[in-house]
Design a protein around this ligand. Structure first.
Ligand SMILES: Cc1cc2nc3c(=O)[nH]c(=O)nc-3n(C[C@H](O)[C@H](O)[C@H](O)COP(=O)(O)OP(=O)(O)OC[C@H]3O[C@@H](n4cnc5c(N)ncnc54)[C@H](O)[C@@H]3O)c2cc1C
Length: 430
C-alpha cells in the first residue's frame, strides 16, 4: 500500500520495488514492460495529486540517493535521482554550494520536485527545474539516455518538467551557485498596501512572498535578501516558538477549533494576523527558505500571469471568506521568472503563484472547484503536484508548446508505459 504525505492519495500497486542501483532501475522497467505493467515512480510522495498512483509497477528510488560527483570549478553536482533536497542542501553547503532558490520545504526528492515544476519565490528567479544541467532518463525499453541542452534541446525542454511521463529519471546534474547567506525580514502589512507597491517590492527584494488570512486585511510578508553578513542561527527556543509553535501547534489548534466552532474562524484569523509580529533572521540560504510543515493539508496552486496578481488575490480572498468553505489556512502568494521548459507552469511568462490550503479533515473540493473557476478566468496553469480538475483538453491552449512536449512523449514512450490515470487525464492518451 502506498500513500502520499497528505493522506488524500493511496494505491495498491501490483508490484512495488525499491531498486538499489540505476542498473536495477533499468531492469525493473524491462520486467514491468514484460508483465504489461505501467511504471510510475514515487519520489518523497509529497504531491497532492494522483501523479504517483498506479495499479501497475511502483518504483521508489529512495536507495538511489548517492552523490556521484562534485565539480567545484563548474559548481556542478551530479546525484542519483532519489536524493532528497534536505540531503542535497547539506552536501552542497559542505562544498560551498547552494540552490539559487528553494520552496517552503526540503523533504522532496530532486527528481520528484523538478518533475512537477516545484518553485520558491523571487521575480528574477526560475523554478527549481531550471537549476538542472542534465538528466539521466531510463526510457520505456530500459535504455538510459543522457539529456541536456546541447545533446537534444527538444527532449531537454520536455524532460525538465516531465510529470514522470517520459521515463524514470535516475540521475541529475545540478548547476549550483556559490553558497550564500540570506537576511529575512517578516512583517505584517496591509494586503492592499502590498498590492499597490507590488512592482517595487518585487524589484527591490531577491525573494518576496506573502501569506494572508482571508478574514484579515493584513498580510504576513517575507522579504529575503542576500547579505554579506555572517549567519546568525536563531536559538533553539526561538526556532521552536516561530517554526514549531506558531506554524504547527497554533495553526493545528485554530484548525481544530474552527472545525467544531465555525463561528470562531474569522475572529481567530484576525487575531492571528495581528499577533503575527516582526521577525528578523540571518542564516544559510536553505535554512531561511525551508521550514518544517507538520499540519496536514491539501493544496491547490495556480500560476497566473504576474500582471493579474492584484485581481486574482482579491478574488481568491473574497472566495475564501465564504462561510460554507470553512477555510482555516492562509493564502500564499509567490512570484517567479519565466523559463522555457515546455510544461513549466511559468513557461514563457512572468508568473504569480497563488496557493490555497485546506485542513486535511475539512472538505477541500467545493472550495478548490470555485477557486479554479477564478484561476481559469486568468488563464491559470495548475501546479502539477497540487490538486486541480483540469484535463489535457483544457490545458492544451494554456501551454504554447504543448504539442512539442507531446511529440517528445510519443518519441520516448510510444506505448504509454509511463502513463497512469493522472497522466492520461492531464496530458492525454498517447
Ligand atoms: C508540505 C508541502 C510543502 C510543499 N511546498 C512546496 C513549495 O514550496 N513549492 C512547490 O512548488 N511545491 C511545494 N510542494 C509540492 C511538492 O514540491 C511537489 O508535489 C513535488 O513534486 C513533490 O516531490 P516528491 O519528491 O515528493 O515527488 P512525488 O510527489 O513522489 O512525485 C511527483 C511526480 O514526480 C514523479 N517522479 C518522482 N520521482 C521520479 C523519477 N525518479 N523519475 C520520474 N518521475 C519521477 C512522480 O511519478 C510524480 O509524477 C509542497 C508539498 C508539501 C506536501
Amino acid at each position: 500500500m502506498w500513500r502520499n504525505w497528505a493522506g488524500n492519495q493511496t494505491c495498491r500497486p501490483a508490484v512495488m520495488a525499491d531498486p538499489a542501483t540505476r542498473a536495477d532501475v533499468a531492469r525493473a522497467v524491462v520486467r514491468a514492460a514484460a508483465a504489461g505493467h505501467v511504471v510510475r515512480v514515487a519520489g518523497a510522495s509529497h504531491s497532492f495529486t494522483d501523479a504517483v498512483v498506479t495499479d501497475g509497477a511502483l518504483l521508489s528510488l529512495r536507495h538511489c540517493n548517492r552523490v556521484l560527483d562534485i565539480d567545484r570549478a563548474t559548481r556542478r553536482i551530479r546525484v542519483e535521482a532519489g536524493i532528497t533536497l534536505r540531503e542535497l542542501n547539506q552536501v552542497m553547503a559542505e562544498h560551498g554550494l547552494a540552490f539559487p532558490n528553494l520552496g517552503d520545504i526540503e523533504a522532496q526528492s530532486i527528481a520528484g520536485a523538478t518533475a512537477t515544476g516545484t518553485h520558491g519565490t523571487g521575480a528574477r528567479l526560475q523554478n527549481l527545474s531550471a537549476a538542472l544541467h542534465s538528466i539521466e532518463l531510463v526510457t520505456a525499453d530500459g535504455t538510459p539516455i543522457e539529456v541536456n541542452a546541447e545533446q537534444d534541446p527538444d527532449i531537454w525542454r520536455a524532460a525538465r518538467v516531465g510529470v514522470g511521463a517520459l521515463g524514470v529519471v535516475t540521475a541529475v546534474t545540478i548547476q549550483a551557485v556559490p553558497a550564500f547567506t540570506l537576511e529575512a525580514v517578516d512583517r505584517p502589512m496591509a494586503v492592499e498596501e502590498v498590492l499597490a507597491d507590488l512592482d517595487e517590492l518585487l524589484a527591490t527584494n531577491d525573494h518576496f512572498q506573502l501569506f494572508t488570512f482571508a478574514h484579515s486585511p493584513l498580510a504576513m510578508t517575507s522579504a529575503r535578501n542576500r547579505t554579506g553578513l555572517e549567519p546568525r542561527p536563531v536559538s533553539r527556543t526561538r526556532a521552536w516558538v516561530e517554526d514549531e509553535f506558531v506554524q504547527n501547534h497554533l495553526l493545528r489548534t485554530v484548525c481544530e477549533l474552527s472545525r467544531f466552532v465555525p463561528g470562531a474562524n474569522a475572529p481567530l484569523q484576525r487575531l492571528g494576523s495581528h499577533l503575527a509580529g516582526y521577525s528578523h533572521r540571518i542564516d544559510r540560504s536553505d535554512r531561511i527558505f525551508t521550514t518544517p510543515l507538520r499540519v496536514p493539508f491539501v493544496e491547490m496552486e495556480y500560476a497566473v500571469p504576474r500582471e493579474h496578481t492584484a485581481e486574482a488575490v482579491r478574488a481568491v480572498r473574497e472566495l475564501a471568506r465564504r462561510p460554507e468553505f470553512q477555510v482555516t489556512f492562509p493564502i500564499e502568494v509567490r512570484w517567479v521568472a519565466p523559463d522555457d521548459a515546455y510544461l513549466s507552469p511559468a513557461a514563457g511568462r512572468e508568473t504569480c503563484y497563488i496557493a490555497l490550503h485546506q485542513y486535511h479533515k475539512l472538505d477541500w473540493e467545493p472550495y478548490f472547484r470555485a477557486a479554479e473557476a477564478i484561476f481559469d478566468s486568468f488563464g491559470g496553469r495548475p501546479h502539477w503536484g497540487k490538486q486541480h480538475f483540469q484535463t489535457a483538453e483544457t490545458l492544451r491552449p494554456r501551454y504554447p508548446e504543448w504539442d512539442s512536449f507531446q511529440a517528445v512523449r510519443t518519441r520516448l514512450d510510444p506505448e504509454g508505459r509511463f502513463a497512469n490515470a493522472y497522466v492520461r487525464r492531464v496530458l492525454g492518451e498517447i
